[in-house]
Design a protein around this ligand. Structure first.
Ligand code: HEC
Ligand code: HEC
Length: 289
């Protein structure tokens, strides 16, 4: 009797195991196909001026658009996720020309591929890089970012290559996470039209693309982005910033401390690189939602 139960349990268990292996096999091959997909995208030509004003704009944008919060303060690269058994190893590359960095012949077109399309030199999708936000920038802003990054001092920093882990594959297959940068971009859209700085909702909206990656399309926030992280705040008109003055909003994004006395863990340094006018326009836009 007892042996029979063990035998049946064994059969059921191996059945479950087999189904598990088959399901994961399907997930593995379908995500592998997406990871290895070669994008036939031809990057837009871009003129990259190298005058002082362009470099200064680039330096500011590299902070304001979050490049430093992922690629490290000196842009020498950083490991973002190190969970090989679950999510995988996600490394924001060394984007200087030092050892472990970008190849010496990384051209303006290669930069456009990475920034505007989320694609690497081999024409595969980059992982995690928020190119769908950068894809909405003007040619002027993209060129300034390229100009600044291309002249960075070389930093020797060799890091492992990114690798998608099994849990990330399952979540990607289910559509729960968006790991593949190129899948989120409309590759046919042109550079955004030139927009001059002004205290307008339209300009605020242009500046807000980078906030959307965490706060969501409608800026209403939601669940934590990863385990151990705080829930994402509602920063639309119905959230706390809707009750703040422009000055309070500016101080929050310059210091990381809210009028309620909360120390923010989000990369508020992005906001610290924005001008008063930019932050006021951003606040105006958020209050319009
Ligand atoms: C949310 C984090 C994040 C932000 C913000 C971010 N990156 Fe990345 N970036 C990554 C990751 C991760 C990779 C490596 C992807 C991979 O290995 O597939 C990457 C790769 C790159 C590459 C390498 C392309 C190649 O061909 O290998 C360049 C260049 C780059 N990023 C530039 C930038 C610049 C410039 C900015 C700011 C405008 C920026 N990134 C913002 C995460 C980020
Ligand atoms: C990497 C994800 C991420 C990005 C990008 C991001 N935020 Fe946040 N933000 C958060 C999270 C999470 C919180 C919740 C509290 C915390 O940070 O500790 C938050 C909180 C805030 C708060 C405080 C709200 C409150 O109720 O106290 C403000 C204001 C804010 N964000 C504005 C912005 C703006 C403006 C941008 C774009 C320039 C932006 N955030 C980009 C994740 C992000």
């Amino acid at each position: 009797m007892f042996r029979k139960i063990i035998k049946i349990a064994g059969v059921i268990l191996s059945g479950i195991l087999l189904i598990g292996v088959l399901v994961y096999g399907k997930v593995y091959f379908s995500t592998e196909k997406r990871i290895r997909k070669v994008y036939k995208v031809v990057p837009e030509k871009i003129h990259v001026p190298t005058d002082a004003a362009t470099l200064a704009l680039g330096a500011r944008l590299v902070t304001a658009k979050g490049c430093r919060s992922c690629h490290g303060e000196d842009l020498g690269g950083r490991i973002l996720i190190d969970k090989p058994m679950t999510l995988g190893v996600i490394v924001a590359k060394n984007i200087t020309k030092g050892k472990g960095g970008l190849p010496k012949d990384f051209s303006a077109e290669d930069w456009v591929l990475a920034l505007k399309h989320g694609i690497n030199k081999k024409k595969n999708s980059l992982l995690v890089m928020p190119s769908y936000g950068f894809a909405k920038l003007t040619a002027k802003d993209i060129a300034a970012i390229i100009a600044y990054c291309a002249q960075l001092p070389a930093i020797d920093h060799e890091l492992p290559v990114s690798k998608v882990g099994p849990l990330a594959r399952v979540l990607t297959d289910l559509g729960k996470i968006k790991f593949l940068a190129a899948e989120r971009v409309d590759h046919d859209q042109a550079f955004a039209e030139e927009i001059s700085p002004s205290l307008s909702v339209e300009y605020g909206k242009y500046l807000a693309v980078m906030c959307q990656s965490c706060h969501g399309e409608n800026m209403k926030g939601g669940a934590p982005l990863s385990s151990g992280a705080p829930p994402v705040a509602n920063i639309s008109s119905t959230g706390k910033p809707g009750r703040w003055t422009d000055e309070q909003f500016i101080t929050t994004l310059r210091t990381g401390k809210t009028p309620e006395g909360k120390q923010l863990r989000m990369p508020w340094q992005m906001g610290a690189a924005m001008t008063d006018l930019e932050l006021k326009a951003l606040h105006l836009y958020l209050n319009s939602l």
